[in-house]
Design a protein. Structure first.
Length: 560
């Protein structure tokens, strides 16, 4: 036998042995698992700004979009008003008009966002920029990484912050009472909206020198820039118009009407559109921004089937993928229809309505508020089962014309950059509603699009008022028609959350977190919803401990 033939025989035998071994020992095996697969979404963030009790610092929090959780929070200044994020997502800046409170400072606070993590990591160390007393900073913006700009309502000026050295580098005068700004993407123009004299100041971002002062309608309130930096759109509240500024020559057109009282405008980059909310008229307007002046595509009456009656649209957001847009609105009532709150106290009903961006058709969600075609925004995580309204909070009601110390957005909505979620801050409820917009291919869990996933609580508020934190001593209770009435000397208010403890007869009430109802509330008793068989008046002893109310979310900001 030749060596070549012997070699081929050895090679064939070796290959056969390998195949046999693989078939017997290394056969692939599929092992089934019941573990819920992780959400495949990339890491994205949304930031919430929360106001606190007077003279007490507000907070910022960061929401992990994929995890539906708060992964970090930190104190900001007193009376936070607005926020912006660097284009790199490296830092967030929050303006706080602190000098409205005795002994407090006007500041801009900045922090580094939390990193991508499956657990809570906390926000980075805060850096504070202190402004002269009485500045009243109310707005921050930038399209750069090395500078952030601040509108100072109190001193009629704009300041520049250096993000590398963390100092205020310049301050220059503008018009009366600046309330909003927008910087063009090419960093050539910073347009400042001056509420007090109904002008727009065009300022050079380089040194804050004045380029031009432009008259625009009455009471400018918001502005957005087109991505090509060639046009800026200014919304005016007084005469209710959208004005177009040609950034090449600073010429302002005659404006298109949206109704007096309009409060907010968003530019949709995916479809080159403008969305405008008008609380006073109850309409949402949509414009084509590819032409001058913008052409109205739709005027949507939110008081029709969307809200089931009179409602107030206050904010709008479009998904980055261009498929839908969402309108945040609310109803108020002096006689609350929600039995959880009780008819004896004024309440507000928050809602979110979905529209198809191509046809403007109203999209019906899987679950709807009574009498509407809008998404309910109160989950059982924080609220009672079936609850859809909350007691009105006086400080959350926006004034006719914004000024520092008041709430600009009773509700505000924004979308995640991956179009997977929409968030709604609800000032009166102290929460941020998290709504899913997509259908996942994971069959476990809630995969219904346009559904509320959860409510993310704002941090606990500081205690204020003479009755804050007082524990009520219970001397007896009764249950009738799923309402429990406690006999106790108390100072509770309607909508306040309490925890029951120490009962010896009604032990099934111990550990329950209940909501105080407006009905039956007096100095000697209070009532709460409680599902149970009727119980006659029973002498017992225990305690009702008030829980700290959450802070008031006033603004949302989409991160990367």
């Amino acid at each position: 036998m030749s060596l070549r033939r012997l070699g081929w025989l050895v090679l064939t035998a070796t290959a056969t042995l390998i195949c046999i071994s693989c078939g017997e020992v290394y056969r692939p095996v599929v092992i089934p698992t019941n573990t819920k697969p992780p959400n495949p979404s990339n890491f994205h963030a949304v930031f919430g700004i929360n106001a606190n009790a007077p003279s007490t610092p507000g907070t910022a929090l960061q929401i992990d979009v994929a995890g539906d959780t708060n992964i970090g929070e930190a104190n900001m200044g007193v009376n936070p008003t607005h926020a912006t994020v660097l284009p790199t997502n490296a830092r967030v800046f929050v303006a706080s008009a602190g000098s409205l409170s005795p002994g407090q400072a006007d500041v801009v606070s900045s922090f580094t966002p939390a990193v991508d993590s499956s657990s809570v990591t906390g926000l980075g160390t805060s850096t504070t920029f202190t402004l002269p007393f009485g500045s009243l900073p109310v707005f921050v913006t930038t399209t750069q990484t090395n500078a952030v700009y601040v509108a100072n309502y109190g001193t009629n000026s704009v300041s520049s912050l250096n993000t590398a050295s963390n100092v205020v580098t310049a301050t220059s005068p503008v018009g009366s009472h600046p309330v909003a700004m927008v910087e063009t993407g090419n960093a050539q123009h910073l347009y400042v909206l001056n509420q007090g004299d109904s002008t727009v100041s065009d300022v050079s971002p380089t040194d804050l020198s004045s380029i031009a002062t432009l008259p625009v309608g009455m009471t400018p309130v918001w502005a957005v820039a087109r991505p090509d930096s060639q046009r800026v759109y200014v919304l005016t509240q007084g005469d209710g118009k959208v004005y177009t500024i040609n950034t090449g020559n600073d010429v302002v057109d005659q404006g298109v009407s949206v109704g007096a009282g309009a409060n907010y405008m968003q530019y949709d980059k995916s479809r080159n559109r403008l969305y405008v909310t008008s609380p006073s008229t109850g309409f949402v307007y949509v414009f084509d921004a590819t032409v001058d002046p913008p052409v109205q595509l739709a005027a949507i009456d939110m008081t029709s089937s969307a809200c089931g009656g009179a409602c107030t649209p206050v904010s709008v957001t479009a998904l980055p993928d261009g498929s839908r847009f969402y309108v945040a609105s609310y109803q108020t009532s002096t006689i609350c229809p929600d039995p959880t709150v009780g008819a004896s106290i004024p309440c507000m009903i928050p809602m979110l309505t979905v529209f198809d961006a191509r046809s403007f058709a109203l999209k019906v969600p899987p679950a709807m508020l009574p009498g509407t075609q809008s998404i309910p925004l109160l989950s059982t995580v924080q609220f009672d089962s079936g609850q859809y309204a909350v007691p009105q909070v006086a400080s959350c009601a926006p004034p006719a014309t914004y000024q520092p110390g008041t709430t600009r957005f009773r509700m505000f909505t924004t979308a995640a950059t991956d179009s997977s979620h929409v968030y709604v801050s609800i000032c009166d409820a102290g929460t941020i509603a998290d709504v899913i917009t997509t259908t996942s291919n994971i069959v476990l869990g809630n995969n219904n699009p346009e559904s509320l996933i959860t409510d993310i609580s704002a941090p606990a508020a500081a205690c204020s008022g003479a009755s804050c934190g007082l524990i009520a001593t219970i001397t007896g209770f009764q249950v009738s028609g799923n309402i429990v009435t406690f006999q106790a000397a108390n100072n509770f208010t309607s909508g306040e959350k309490i925890v029951i403890s120490g009962l010896t007869t009604g032990t099934y009430l111990n550990g329950k977190t209940l909501t105080v109802l407006g009905a039956g509330l007096s100095a000697t008793q209070f009532e709460c919803n409680f599902t149970n068989a009727d119980v006659p008046l029973t002498t017992d002893s225990g305690s009702a401990v008030p829980l700290p109310s959450p802070q008031s979310p006033v603004f949302l900001l989409t991160g990367q």
